[in-house]
Structure formats: C-alpha cells, structure tokens
Design a protein around this ligand. Structure first.
Ligand SMILES: Cc1ncc(COP(=O)(O)O)c(C=O)c1O
Ligand SMILES: N[C@@H](CCOP(=O)(O)O)C(=O)O
Length: 464
C-alpha cells in the first residue's frame, strides 16, 4: 500500500517510510492512497476473535509489504501483553443500549496505549532491522506523552523528547512521564499550551537542521498514520461484540486532536456499519463550532477539567478535510493557508458531507462534573472527565434509541482525581492500579523551557 500527502505535493511513501517520516514534506499528513475494504460476510466471520486476532485482520492490509504475517502477529501479541484486562477493550453497560468501551486498561491508563505500545514495538523492529538511530519528538496534553514514553523507553535505537504544557496536565499525568528515568527519555515542560507544543513539534519536523548529521525525527503523535491504524481496531471489536455487522452501532468520541474519531471514520469507510459518529468536545470547541455552524476559528485555549482535550488546532481534521474535498491536495493546501490567519470557512459541499457524517456536542466543566455524578448515582460507575464528555454527548445527540451507543472511555478516572472529587463528594479518590501505587514517591526529572523553538531544539541537540 502507498501513502500520499493531504496537500498533494510530497512524494508518496511506503508504510515503513511513513512510520519514520511524520509530517509530509509539503506540510500535509500521510493517508493511504486507497483504503482496504472488507465485505459484510468477511467482517461477520471475525465474530469471536480475540482482540489480538482481530487486530491482525484489520491492520494486515495496511502493513503487508513491510512486515511478514509472523512479524505482525508477534508485534501485536507483545503490544497487548501488558494490558490489565483479558478482553483488552472490555465493554461496560451504563444505560439501556449504552456502553462504555474501556480503553484505559493499558499500562498508562489511557486509550493512547493501544497505538503507542504497538508503535514502540514497531519502531524497535524497523530501527533494528535498518540499524538506524532516530530522535522521537512529540507533543502531549497529558496522555500521549506517558504512553509514548512507555512504548519507547526500551528501544535502544532512539531518544525520546516529549513536550507538555507546563502546569496544564494533571499531577498523575506529569508524574507518569517525569518519573521514567531511562537515559533515552527527556521531558520538557514548555511555558505555553498544548497548541504551542504541537506547533513547535511540527516546525521541528519541517526543518530538522538542528539535529546532528544522520539523525531524523520520528513522530509519536497521531500525525503518524500508524497511530490511527492501530486505533481502527477497537471500533471493529466493539461493533462485533454488540451484534455487528448485522446491526449498525454508533460511537461517541471525546475529541481533541481528531485522531480517535478519525479512526472510527476510517472503520466506517472500510465497511463497518456505523450509524452515528459523535464528536464530543469540552469548552475548546472549535470542532463543534465547525460542524454545527461552519465556524472553524481559533479562540484562546481554556484550561478545563478535561485537560487532554484542551486543543484548538486538531491535526487530524486535515485528513478528514482531504476526503471532504474529493482528495484534492491543492484545495487542502489553500484551506490550511487560509487557516493560518486564524479561521477557515468550509465549502457548502464539504459542510454537507461533514454534517452527514458527524454529529457534535460541547460541554463545559459544570456539565462534565454533572454527568460524572449522574452516572455514579445511577450505576456506581466512575467516569473520567473526558469519557464523561462523550457520555453526555451520546445522550444529547443520539438519533436512534434502538442502535447500540458506544462511548469511548479514553482514560481511567484515577488520572483526574480533581474532577472526580468535584463530582462525587465523599467517595474515595479512585486508586491507581498496583503497578503505579508508589507514583507519588518516585523521583521526577524534567526541564522547564521557555516558549522558544531555538531553546527547545538546542536542548534536544545537546542531549543527543
Ligand atoms: C483522555 C483523552 N480523551 C480524549 C482525547 C482526544 O483524542 P483525540 O486527540 O484523538 O481526538 C485525548 C487526547 O488525545 C485524551 O488524552
Ligand atoms: N490528547 C493528546 C494530545 C495529542 O494527541 P495525539 O493523539 O496527536 O498524540 C495527549 O494526551 O497528549
């Protein structure tokens, strides 16, 4: 399979090169030239497969030229071996025909582990084979960072530098990153917000001259298509568990960088019957404003109780726009140029396709707290604030009560005790799992840096 850029001017690449390249040279994002499609009977034949077996079926067409069947199977087995639940992604019912899909059973307690355990193992495999050393650079609003570090800490052929917004991630999230003391792991607390971190990472990919000769940057954010690919699997897994493909299923997805819901969109394009895809946002609601009113304008980022979704510029939206504009790279390049001024307006045709494919809802902190309390009161199930946003959006925007609604539970509530305490007075803070029980006693190491690209790049170069 070949991968092409959303802006149409970069060379097409193989899967292996896409994994190592990150941003395309024209500033766009890589997407498959054509998507694999599965028939209903083929999908139906996967009912009852384990998560790992299903992952092989779904990912195989994307990677088949880069990995042998055995190599792919081994990478998948290794990637999900550290999950704490045998189902890997268990479903829990929270209401009539409503489920949460627990995507927080991995080592760092967020859905990011699904893709980043796999990507870490994949990078290790490719780099060893090529005998190549690289520099991983990533931006995080809290969860990608720890999952990427956990996925990459054991890789001999890379150094990993993660930028998080200083004092804007939860204490558990920060400690999950900064207490990893391996020599190849570096945490930078940037004086800025997540968009600043992401901009700095993208600028560094565009001009890598600060790196020593022979080194290149590799992305662990969802600009790396391998991230999206691994996230497609759990849409198939949940749908099959709830009677798919004979029966359509809907999904509500807490959304920030648009990677997770884009994976759901791809699952649908690949043949999975999905009735609704609901984009659920916090106060940083550019995607909700775009879907509901064609208002894709940047506003100041607000620090919310769901900090991982405090994102204004959602990278992966560009991948969707590419499809909405008939895969016309030039149109996307123009649109992205327009967005540099702070806002962009979608064409009528693009808006029609967007609203046909997606519903949206936006919550503030008070409503987030209210839904955590509501679900706790009705079924003694504790939601994290991001998942709560998805649950409320599902309840507000659901089109059809007889279609199963799956709300993606993107993080474990123990990562966000502040929100939980606000919602459920008098209940004990959710405990961290056993392997993290001493997190607050561990030594931390990180560097606070100004919002200055040169300072960040020098820090990286000096530590290689
Ligand atoms: C807990 C949590 N929920 C939801 C999201 C939003 O996911 P995405 O950025 O893929 O839209 C994130 C961050 O990405 C997250 O960490
Ligand atoms: N919420 C994310 C933001 C980065 O998103 P990514 O999916 O592009 O890595 C985080 O937790 O860091």
């Amino acid at each position: 399979m070949k991968y092409i850029s959303t802006r149409g001017q970069a060379p097409s690449l193989s899967f292996e090169d896409v994994v190592l390249t990150g941003l395309a040279s024209d500033g766009g994002l890589y997407v498959p030239e054509s998507l694999p499609k599965f028939s209903q009977s083929e999908i139906a034949s996967w009912a009852g497969l384990s998560y790992q077996e299903l992952a092989f079926k779904v990912m195989h067409p994307f990677v088949s030229e880069a990995l042998s069947d055995d190599e792919l199977k081994q990478l998948i087995e290794k990637s999900y071996a550290s999950f704490r639940h045998p189902a890997i992604a268990p479903l829990v019912q929270t209401d009539h025909n409503e489920w949460v899909l627990e995507l927080f059973q991995g080592p760092t307690l967020a859905f990011k582990d699904f893709a980043l355990q796999f990507l870490g193992n994949l990078l290790d495999h490719i780099l060893k084979k090529r005998d190549q050393k690289v520099v991983v650079m990533g931006a995080t609003s809290g969860d990608t960072g720890s999952a990427a570090i956990e996925g990459c800490r054991h890789c001999d052929n890379l150094d990993i530098f993660i930028l998080h917004p200083h004092q804007r991630v939860s204490e558990v999230q920060r400690r999950q990153m900064t207490t990893v003391l391996e020599d190849n792991v570096y945490n930078i607390a940037l004086e800025g917000n997540f968009d600043d971190c992401q901009n700095m990472v993208k600028a560094s990919f565009a001009d890598q001259s600060f790196l020593p000769e022979g080194r290149q940057l590799v992305a662990v954010n969802s600009i790396n298509f391998a991230r999206i690919m691994a996230q497609i699997v759990y849409y198939f897994y949940a749908a099959l568990a709830l009677g798919g493909p004979a029966r359509a299923v809907s999904f509500s997805v807490p959304t920030g960088n648009f990677g997770d819901i884009f994976a759901g969109y791809l699952a649908k394009q690949m043949g999975l019957p999905i009735e609704q895809l609901i984009v659920a946002t916090n106060q940083n609601d550019i995607l909700h404003r775009c879907i509901s009113a064609n208002d894709h304008s940047k506003q100041s980022l607000v620090h919310s109780l769901s900090p991982s979704m405090d994102i204004m510029v959602s990278s992966n939206f560009e991948r969707l726009l590419f499809d909405l504009y008939g895969r016309n790279g030039r149109a996307i390049a123009e649109l992205m140029e327009q967005f540099k001024s702070g806002s962009m307006t979608l064409s009528e045709q693009a808006m029609a396709k967007l609203t046909e494919g997606f519903a949206s809802y936006r919550l503030d902190d008070d409503e987030t707290v209210a839904v955590i309390a509501e679900v706790w009161d009705t079924c003694e199930y504790l939601l994290d604030p991001h998942t709560a946003i998805g649950v409320r959006a599902a309840r507000k925007k659901r089109a059809n009560a007889s279609t199963p609604m799956v709300c993606l539970a993107t993080a474990h509530p123990a990562k966000f005790p502040e929100a939980v305490a606000k919602a459920c007075e008098g209940i004990d803070s959710p405990a961290l799992p056993h392997h993290m029980a001493d997190l607050f006693e561990r030594e931390e190491r990180y560097q606070v840096l100004a919002h200055d690209t040169q300072a960040v790049q020098s820090f990286i170069a000096n530590n290689l």
